[in-house]
Design a protein around this ligand. Structure first.
Ligand code: HEM
Length: 409
């Protein structure tokens, strides 16, 4: 894109704009080039500053004058109401409340905790692939057979979901994904019901644990222990369990499906990974950067006036740091629109940046590494069984993905 490219008309329509299946909306490139800090009207009826350059996104996400508090009237909204105060998730809180939850949960996601989980995740991935390959027709819906069950099963282990409830938990977590399918008018109701069921389920585990002398050492047990010690409330226990399900499930599922789709579209890079598994770790970072599936979730509000890039963002203004636009900034990632599994991309913003940077990133990386290493090794002939043009991409969702993906091998 050069400086003579005309101003896209979509800039005058309410944000967010639909995402093409894989790449960012083209207007992001124009903004990054011409008006890197630009105020737009939003679907919620307000205005928000879009930030599109890598360096500016990093500066905003590390700035203490920027808040994640969803109760602040300036917090960006795309038409939704703020959640009731007692259902607020720590994703949408500032210090000191936010810090209490991070400190409580961080130990579950350390590299050493992940190292201990690797063998179990490898076994789960192998079993899931065995089940998929058992179909004599050599066909499957990749989302249903692989991308959905792996993250939800891993989450159920971490939280401490009873083995006999796992099928319910996985199904409710999967139905909650339906929310963003505009072609299915029943989807929103299905998803809302599933979310209520999940909350009620998490509450029931919390209450059950609270009645025991020892609430256990999985995440639900730790949270109930913290409530018993008076550090948090039982409502906080429910909200935190719920956030972990919502944040840890859809994200990894979509990244698995879209990552596989993208590699199948770049067959030479899939083959390279198969021949050289040492590349997988790097490839996962590049796929995270290139796809930035969580692209409309990082939202902020200014608590003081901020001068940035020749613009004043005033206290109370909504800010949308576009991690997707930043991850495609040529000034930081030369040739950013090309997928290159050899690129050193680990400083991408697919997991955000700053104090709210994804708490589950080590787990997401581990799951994705095991999945891609095992798939390229065990199912090297995996191929799409549909035209790309017919695939149901989640074009309107804040988390990009695929509702289904027919494959063969
Ligand atoms: C936060 C992306 C997987 C739990 C975030 C944020 C992003 C993100 C961009 C930052 C939001 C912000 O700054 O406002 C992703 C992606 C994933 C993934 C792309 C998978 C590929 C997971 C997993 C878990 C998880 C597996 C847990 C099991 C969370 C939580 C937060 C968060 C609890 C809130 C952190 C805070 O506010 O301090 N994630 N995530 N995520 N993520 Fe993830």
């Amino acid at each position: 894109m050069d400086s003579t490219t005309p101003r896209p008309e979509i800039l005058d329509t309410a944000f967010p704009w639909p995402r093409p299946p894989i790449d960012p909306p083209p207007a992001y490139d124009w903004l990054r080039e011409n008006e890197p800090i630009h105020q737009v009207a939003t679907a919620g009826g307000g205005k928000a500053w879009l930030i599109t350059r890598y360096d500016d996104v990093r500066a905003i996400l590390s700035d203490p004058r920027v808040s994640s508090d969803s109760q602040n009237p300036g917090f960006p909204r795309f038409g939704s109401m703020p959640e009731p105060e007692d259902q607020r998730l720590f994703l949408r809180m500032d210090a000191p409340q936010h810090t209490i939850f991070r400190d409580l949960l961080a130990k579950n996601f350390t590299l050493s905790a992940m190292k201990r989980m690797r063998p179990a995740i490898q076994e789960l991935v192998d079993d899931t692939i065995d089940t998929m390959l058992a179909n004599p027709d050599r066909k499957a819906d990749f989302v249903e057979s692989l991308a959905l069950p792996i993250p939800s099963t891993v989450l159920s282990w971490l939280l401490g979901v009873r083995a006999e409830d796992r099928a319910f938990f996985n199904s409710a977590a999967d139905r909650a994904l339906a929310a963003t399918d505009p072609t299915n008018p029943a989807a929103l109701d299905i998803a809302m019901t599933a979310m209520h069921e999940l909350r009620a389920y998490i509450r029931s585990i919390a209450e059950e644990r609270a009645a025991l002398d020892d609430p256990g050492d999985d995440i639900m047990g730790q949270l109930v222990g913290a409530a018993r010690a008076g550090e948090i409330t039982m409502m906080d226990v429910e909200n935190s369990g719920f956030l972990l399900i919502i944040a840890g499930h859809d994200t990894t599922t979509n990244m698995t499906a879209l990552g596989t789709y993208t590699l199948l579209q770049h067959r030479n890079q899939w083959d390279e990974m198969r021949n050289n598994p040492a590349l997988v770790r790097n490839a996962v970072e590049e796929l995270l950067r290139y796809l930035t599936v969580v692209h409309l979730v990082v939202l902020r509000v200014a608590t003081e006036d901020i001068e940035i890039g020749g613009v004043t963002i005033e206290a109370g203004d909504s800010i949308i740091p576009l991690n997707l636009a930043a991850n495609r900034d040529d000034a930081h990632f030369p040739g950013a629109d090309q997928l290159d599994i050899h690129r050193k991309a680990r400083d991408h913003f697919a997991f955000g940046h700053g104090v709210h940077q994804c708490i589950g990133q080590a787990l997401a990386r581990l799951e994705l590494q095991v999945i891609f290493e095992t798939l390229t090794r065990r199912v090297p002939t995996l191929a799409l069984d549909a035209d790309s043009a017919d695939l149901p991409f989640k074009r309107w969702s804040g988390i990009n993905g695929l509702f289904s993906m027919p494959v063969t091998w």
